[in-house]
Design a protein. Structure first.
Length: 204
């Protein structure tokens, strides 16, 4: 598992897939709570226009009070008539809009406006997005940059939450933490972006 993911990083495919999200409407919309697939092991989110709010549910540690271990394997085995609260208990915290389920200190709302960017690993955390109301001529436009896995690798890894994947996640999280703490993690300048565009065009 480590080798193919490392290969993606070495060949600059960690942001190899771009997904544009566009939404408009006078009334706001709260999207479903979820965890992303493995293409979001490393994820860059950019807001180009409009406003949206990213809600994230997370814990300081795996042993934090109130943290029920998420067990995705339970999902297909639960009775269809099971009470929703009991279902949440069986699956772990999986609905960030439910403020009765989550300790308030573990929920964070991050407001996104034009120019906002975040680098994270939403494969690991429960989250959801609320789109603010807007007109059609000023829609919410966001671009999500994710891993570009080759061949069938994406399908093979997408829902993998094994111990091996936990180790991969740990390496990525620690790398982000260390790079941020040392000041090495930053957005590129316009000049750097333009030079990279020219490099890609020339095939260098």
């Amino acid at each position: 598992m480590f080798d193919p993911i490392a290969s993606c990083l070495q060949s600059s495919r960690h942001f190899g897939v771009l997904e544009a999200q566009v939404r408009w409407g006078r009334h706001g919309l709260s999207g479903p709570s979820h965890k992303d697939g493995a293409t979001s092991l490393l994820h860059l989110g950019l807001t180009l226009s409009g406003r949206r709010v990213l809600r994230v549910g997370s814990f300081p540690s795996g042993s934090s009070a109130g943290n029920r271990q998420f067990n995705p394997w339970n999902e297909g085995r639960l009775p269809t008539n099971m009470d929703e609260k009991d279902r949440e208990l069986a699956l772990g915290e999986s609905e960030v809009w439910d403020e009765d389920l989550w300790p308030s200190s573990y929920l964070k709302d991050v407001e996104m406006a034009p120019g906002s960017a975040y680098l994270s690993s939403p494969f690991c955390v429960e989250h959801a997005v609320r789109y603010c109301g807007c007109e059609e001529d000023e829609p919410v436009v966001a671009v999500q940059c994710r891993f570009g896995f080759s061949g069938t690798l994406g399908k093979e890894l997408n829902d993998d939450r094994s111990e091996d994947m936990r180790e991969v996640v740990g390496v990525i999280a620690e790398s982000l933490r260390a790079a941020s703490a040392s000041g090495q993690l930053r957005m590129p300048t316009l000049g750097e972006v333009q030079r990279e565009v020219e490099r890609l065009r020339s095939g260098a």
